[in-house]
Structures are given as C-alpha cells and as structure tokens.
Ligand binder design. Structure first.
Ligand code: SAH
Length: 397
C-alpha cells in the first residue's frame, strides 16, 4: 500500500481546511493511480486518508481526517447522507431530476451523479473516483428509494486529461436510453415544466441542472415582455419565461442539436407559438441586434466557462465585460438582465466587477437584485471554493 508525506507547507494547507494537496506540497511517498493512501505530516504522524493521483497537480484529495482508513460502511455513510439530503428537499419525486451526488463537496471526490427521472448519469473526474466507481455505484443503488432503469457512465469531461484518464462513455445498467423525459412539478406557484434530456448526446451529463432555480427566478421578470435567451442550450430559461407569460422569446445557441430539442421542449409545454430558436454565434449576434436597435424586457446570458484555469482569467475578464456590455445594451429601460458565469476561477466579487465595468462601458445604470448560485443539490464545500462555480446576477437596468 502507498503512503504520502507532506511538506510543512502542505500540512499547514490541510490544517487550514482545504481538502486538496498539490504536488508541490508533497515531500515524498507514492501510491497507485487513484489509491486510497494514508497522508502523513513531516514528522510521520497520520493526518488522515486521501485519494492519490499519479498525474494531476492535485496529488491528494482528502477523504477523512480520521486515523482509521475508510471502509465500505464509511463510503455508504457518505452516499446515504447525499441521498437523504435530496429526499428531504423533495427532489426524489418520480419523474423529476436533480444532482444526486456533487463530488468533492459531498466527500466523494470526483464523483458526480445526476438523476433524470429513473435514469442515472454518473461522471468520474479523477483517478480515485475511477477506481472506486463500481463500489460507489453499488452503494448508490443500495441507498436510493427507487431502482434506476438505466445507468450511464458519462466520464468525458476535459478535466480527465489532467488526470491522464481517457474519456469514457458506457452504459453500466439497463438498455441505452436516447432521450428521457423529465417533469419539474408545479411548485411555489411556478408551473409544471416538461423537458427532454439526451444523456449520451447532450452536454455534460445531458442537461444543466445547476440552473433549475435560476430559470424560475428569471421567469418572474418575464410577464408581458419580449425575452432574449442567449446561450440557451435546449431553451429552458426561454420556455420557463414563456410559461410565465412572456410575449415572445428568442433563444440563441450555436448548437443545432440543442435547437432541435428546444423546439420539442417548447411544443411539450404548449409555448411553441412564442418561442423561436436561432442558431448563431451569440457574441456576434448580440452586437448585431444591439446595433439594429432591438430592445428586450428580459435578457439572459448564460455562456460556457470563459476561464478554465487561472491563466485564462485575464481573457475571461475581457470576455465577460464585452458580452455583458452588449447584453446590457439590449435591455429596455427598466428591464432585467440575468447574467451567469460558470467559471470557477472567476470569484463572485470579480464577476460583479466585470458587470460594473460592463455597465459603465454600456453607459447604463444597473442595480443588483440578487446574486445567486446553483441550487441546494449543488452544495459548495466551505474550504473548497472550487466546488462553487456558478454565479447568476439579476440586474435591473
Ligand atoms: N442556458 C442553458 C445552458 C447554457 S450552457 C440552460 O439553462 O440549460 C452554454 C451554451 O452556450 C451551450 O449550449 C453552447 O452550445 C452554447 N455556446 C457556446 N459558445 C457559443 C457561442 N459563441 N454562440 C452561441 N452559443 C454558444
């Protein structure tokens, strides 16, 4: 069995609460890829146990600060805790969808599971979660109050390259499912929403579950207005806005497949007459529409991550400022801009600075109504800021 010894700085870092140890803070030792190893301080005392990576700059992901090694019962406890939290939130109703397990934030490093009705889609992002995948899935099936019809391993995210892991997409249980229909039941006055998810062909695990609550919040500003939903994917900000009484909704995305699903989603919810999709480069299209004098009562911009690492942050700053300048120019006086950022390298305060600069450049005044994150099925572990990536600003112009 492997073991790792930290430097003094590594020890201080871990005692400071962050669960990841970078390779620079490792003084010695070794392990197999993804192995659960004891982690020692420079004097040889055990600090706890973590998952080792032989390739990533994140050398250890801490699992426990106890001296005893995690066993099956330990992992079962972690999985159960995650499932019970969703159950208490009412997220396990039949036909619904939610993130069941949010990886590192849940003490299950690298292991993410989304549920779309009775189909599970898991995604493994590090060597440790690859090694423990089969055990984690078994424990998950033991903990769930329903039996999944099918389980897809959708481990094809870019971060796997940092772990020297090849992309992998394979059905682990049941027959392959091309699309699954999800029903978000009527709740707190928000109408029922029905949509389609393509687990294998869609983005991420098939859908952007982190925006579920923000779509509802955005829809509150939609009644009687014209809405522009940029970077719409399969259109659920737009469809929710239409359900809430928007006069007309224009969705923009570069993905033709997303546009096809969007049309079916609009149809399913009875709003096809008011939701239109245009395949376009949203950056350029927003500028063109601004120059043409178009104005909307509600504009949503939800772009992909502009900064995948700290080095890209400067480019991201320019990207967010320019995108939001263009978006603000399209908001009618008194209208609302919903602007999201999913780059975890751009902190909340920084994002607000970008929005402030954008407003200045657009010559507009903007008031922050809310700055939200993802929903409670995407918890953020305090001490691990990397687990909280989504920021969503609601601005009245
Ligand atoms: N708002 C969506 C999620 C958007 S994810 C939701 O609520 O589900 C980001 C989307 O931006 C993806 O669908 C991707 O296809 C799209 N995209 C990326 N670059 C783009 C560009 N330059 N122009 C238009 N769409 C783009």
């Amino acid at each position: 069995m492997g073991a790792i010894k930290l430097t003094g700085r590594g020890r201080r870092w871990i005692l400071g609460g962050h669960p990841w140890v970078y390779a620079d803070d490792v003084a010695g030792g070794e392990g197999e890829p993804g192995e659960l190893v004891p982690v020692h301080d420079p004097h040889g005392s055990v600090l706890g146990w973590g998952l080792f990576s032989s390739a990533s700059k994140i050398c250890i992901r801490f699992v426990t600060r106890e001296a005893a090694p995690p066993d099956r019962a330990f992992w079962l406890g972690r999985v159960r805790r995650a499932i019970e939290a969703r159950e208490r939130l009412g997220l396990l109703v039949p036909g619904g969808a939610c993130r069941l397990i949010a990886g590192d934030a849940e003490g299950l490093p690298g292991f993410v599971v989304d549920r779309y009705a009775d189909v599970l889609v898991l995604s493994s992002g590090c060597q440790g979660s690859d090694r423990l995948r089969d055990l984690f899935l078994e424990l998950l099936e033991e903990s769930l109050p329903f039996a999944p019809r099918a389980v897809l391993d959708r481990s094809d995210t870019a971060v796997r390259r940092l772990e020297a892991l090849a992309p992998r997409v394979e059905w682990l249980r049941g027959a392959p499912v091309e699309t699954v229909e999800v029903v978000e039941e009527e709740r707190d006055g928000d109408p029922c929403l029905v949509y389609e998810v393509a687990p294998a062909a869609g983005h991420k695990t098939g859908h952007y579950l982190d925006q579920v609550l923000n779509r509802r919040r955005a829809a509150r500003h939609a009644r009687g207005t014209e809405v522009l939903d940029a970077f719409s994917y399969d259109g659920l900000f737009g469809v929710r806005a239409a359900l809430a009484g928007a006069r007309a909704v224009l969705c923009l995305d570069q993905s033709a497949a997303a546009g096809e699903r969007l049309a079916r989603n609009a149809e399913r919810n009875g709003v096809a007459d008011r939701v239109v999709f245009a395949r376009a480069d949203a950056m350029r299209d927003l500028r063109r529409r601004g120059e043409a004098g178009e104005r909307y009562g509600l504009v949503i911009v939800d772009p992909p991550a502009f900064a995948r690492n700290r080095r890209e942050a400067a480019g991201a700053a320019r990207g967010y400022r320019e995108l939001n300048r263009r978006a603000m120019g399209l908001v009618a006086e008194g209208g609302v801009l919903v602007s999201a950022s999913c780059s975890y390298n751009v902190r909340r305060e920084e994002f607000l600075e970008h929005l402030t600069a954008a407003a200045l450049a657009a010559g507009r005044e903007a008031r922050l109504l809310e700055l939200t994150a993802a929903g409670p099925d995407h918890p953020v572990l305090l001490g691990l800021p990397e687990s909280g990536y989504l920021k969503c600003a609601f601005l009245r112009m």
